[in-house]
Design a protein around this ligand. Structure first.
Ligand code: NI
Length: 171
């Protein structure tokens, strides 16, 4: 496994639509392993393949907190099939470092996806996990959360006020 370079806003690849995954080969598995390592290394709660420069419909998410272990999710060809309610809150993105903004997302979502064995699965999520799935699925469409921000994009707290990134919710 290896940590990959995270593409940042201004890089055109972040604005491109990703392609469906049709089979899992060694390269795909290596990509997924690297995405997981890259996400954890950057203290992110989610990462989409285009953020490491690969236009494939793959996302990894881990919204675990100290209180609650949600576990790692690998979603291949994810598709949000239904949404319910609304939540409005802060969002960040590993491709937009140092920034945060308020975004309204569905409170609950249902999504279908393929797991690493290419088996179809269904995910029901709410709260932060629902937000993360929406954010990551947007990446696969070439969309960034900065275009959904209500009001101004803000700077996150300066480093001297938070010497670790554990409270960041960057995706
Ligand atoms: Ni993001």
């Amino acid at each position: 496994m290896a940590v990959r370079n995270i593409r940042e806003i201004g890089d055109e690849i972040l604005l491109k639509k990703s392609k469906e995954v049709t089979k899992i080969n060694d390269r795909t598995n290596e990509l997924i392993d690297d995405m997981i390592e890259t996400m954890y290394e950057a203290n992110g709660v989610g990462l989409a393949a285009p953020q490491v420069g690969v236009l494939k419909r793959i996302v990894v998410i881990d919204t675990s907190t100290e209180e609650e272990e949600d576990g790692l999710l690998v979603l291949i060809n994810p598709k949000i099939t239904s949404t319910e309610g609304e939540q409005t809150g802060h969002e960040g993105c590993l491709s937009v470092p140092g920034k945060t903004g308020v975004v309204t997302r569905p409170e609950k979502i249902t999504a279908t996806y393929l797991d690493r064995d290419m088996k179809e699965q269904t995910l029901e999520a709410e709260g932060l996990l629902a937000r993360a799935v929406c954010h990551e699925c947007d990446h696969l469409e070439g969309k960034l959360y900065v275009d959904l921000v209500e009001g101004e994009l803000m700077d996150v707290k300066p480093p001297q006020e938070s010497d670790d990134d554990s409270e960041r919710e960057d995706e």
